[in-house]
Design a protein around this ligand. Structure first.
Ligand SMILES: C[S@@+](CC[C@H](N)C(=O)[O-])C[C@H]1O[C@@H](n2cnc3c(N)ncnc32)[C@H](O)[C@@H]1O
Length: 285
């Protein structure tokens, strides 16, 4: 079969834009090549940043799985253009499932799958699906789940995270927007616009106040090694920022990541809370 020329690939990439993930298709073409420096700027890309996350993903995934992802299954919730799925397959994952609620992004991921010549793609499946409807698919649990950029786009993020966690055997990697509110462990209510390609689809959304909120949820969902990898505060909007929490079901599973990234255990205060809960209940009688 004839390979499309680089020019025709570039035309097809442009037709499928705007893109969020820069992904390599062939030795000579990656998504970025379809745009000049000006066009790649967020303001000229429908307010969507065109990100290069492969090396960050590889670096952290190797700290979690130093022998690579051979024999592991990978689930990407809200996979967007599929970047992380392709990189997980490149790291040796046995099978990969990525889904996103928007056909726009799944169309891109499937296009890359047909054109990517630099790594294996035949063990990757993409579907258009709302996270809240994922249980209807009766998927087998995955070893390693990515839950990046989705928590704060859900009308019911606790149920959303539970759906992903229940499908995770070993490790869940969560990255979310957060807000900075003193002394608060909360979810803050917001509204977003479903017509925005990067937003949620149910209009209502909740932003967590910090790592302990997510840590407690993950502990409740059965994860025991819960690490706060980073938090950042936006300079132009200091009430908001980003944080990353990676959690494993087995204690000690993330020791290597914790040491390399200086990722502290999230203080979920489980002991204190269970004592408090017990005495609260006793005081009822
Ligand atoms: C901020 S982007 C993050 C994309 C990707 N996970 C990443 O980190 O690069 C949010 C993504 O979540 C998807 N999304 C929003 N609500 C969803 C839902 N209920 N189920 C599945 N995907 C959803 C959007 O279509 C969009 O691709």
């Amino acid at each position: 079969m004839n390979q499309p020329s680089s020019d025709s690939l570039i035309d097809q990439i442009r037709q499928l834009g705007p893109w969020h993930h820069n992904i390599r298709l062939t030795e000579s073409v990656e998504i970025n090549d379809a745009y000049d420096e000006q066009e790649r700027q967020r303001v000229n890309n429908d307010n969507i940043s065109l990100i290069n996350s492969k090396s960050l993903f590889d670096q952290k995934a190797k700290l979690i799985y130093p022998d690579g992802l051979q024999g592991k299954t990978f689930l990407d919730c809200a996979c967007n253009g599929g970047g992380y799925c392709f990189w997980a397959a490149e790291m040796g994952a046995e099978s990969v499932f990525g889904f996103d609620v928007r056909e726009h992004w799944v169309r891109q991921a499937r296009f890359v799958q047909t054109q990517r010549k630099v790594a294996r793609v035949d063990n990757i499946q993409f579907e258009t699906c709302d996270l809240m409807k994922l249980p209807e698919r009766n998927l087998a649990p995955a070893d390693f789940t990515l839950f990046k950029g989705i928590f704060y786009h859900l009308a019911d993020p606790i149920l959303g995270l539970k759906i992903a966690a229940d499908l995770t055997r070993e490790v869940i990697w969560l990255n979310t927007a957060r807000c900075f509110i003193d002394n608060a462990e909360s979810l803050y209510c917001t509204f977003e616009q479903p017509e925005n390609l990067m937003s949620g689809v149910h209009a209502l959304a909740w932003t967590p106040s910090g790592p302990s909120v997510i840590g407690k949820l993950l502990y409740w969902l059965g994860f025991q090694d819960i690490r706060h990898v980073f938090s950042r505060q936006y300079k132009d909007r200091p009430k908001y920022g980003r944080m990353e929490i990676i959690a494993a079901r087995k204690p000690g599973f993330l020791d290597r990541l914790a040491e390399a990234e200086n990722a502290e255990k999230v203080d979920i205060g489980a002991h204190r809370h269970s004592q408090q809960a017990t005495s609260d209940v006793k005081s009822l009688f």
